[in-house]
Design a binder for this molecule. Structure first.
Ligand code: IMP
Length: 177
């Protein structure tokens, strides 16, 4: 059990389980993109550990860049998303894979689709380590899904609780007493 900001979390997915699934996702991507240009766009900050392990497991020529967005949780502006950093590499007319840590409500992914197509991207695939199908309202297809989980809050492996927990190599879930 760990505690972050006084909130308790218990082990959920071990390093081995995460790494084995990443190897499987890497194989699928390698196969689907055989002899095709491969561009990964990581969504900061949460995806940094995932994209790091995933790109090593893919083990071929890859272009990598990042996008960073900020979402507001205020009552008035719920669902409003602002761009903080956009990809600097040439994505016009290219096929890209968005790399997410977790898809929750799906608002971020919907916003990213809209923004990236506006930038001239030709096609977008989604790769996420975790998804919450019970909460995801997006209609976008998740092409590469690590694990589907319940409507629970998780931390670790890049994901934070109020700024803490990103450096934990495993994934923990909130402990409901
Ligand atoms: P969405 O727009 O609701 O799909 O939210 C996506 C973003 O919210 C993710 O990229 C995470 O940064 C954050 N998020 C959603 N659920 C969790 C969670 O359980 N733990 C930590 N971060 C989360």
């Amino acid at each position: 059990m760990i505690e972050l900001h006084g909130k308790k979390f218990i082990p959920f997915l071990t390093s081995d389980v995460i790494q084995n699934r990443i190897k499987e996702l890497a194989e699928l991507i390698k196969k689907d993109f055989f002899e095709r240009e491969l561009i990964l766009i990581g969504v900061m900050n949460g995806s940094y550990m995932f994209i790091s392990d995933l790109c090593k497991a893919i083990d071929r020529e890859i272009s990598i860049d990042f996008i960073r967005v900020k979402s507001y949780e205020g009552t008035e502006s719920k669902g409003k998303i602002e761009l903080l950093y956009g990809p600097q590499i040439d994505i016009k007319n290219k096929e890209i894979i968005i790399i997410e840590d977790i898809i929750d409500t799906g608002l971020t992914i919907d916003w990213l689709f809209h923004y990236l197509y506006e930038q001239g991207v030709r096609d977008i695939k989604i790769c996420t380590l975790l998804s919450k199908p019970g909460k995801n309202k997006s209609k976008q297809k998740i092409n590469y899904n690590g694990f589907s989980i319940e409507n629970q809050f998780v931390v670790g492996y890049g994901m934070d609780f109020d700024g803490l927990g990103r450096n934990i190599p495993e994934i923990f879930t909130e402990f409901i007493e």
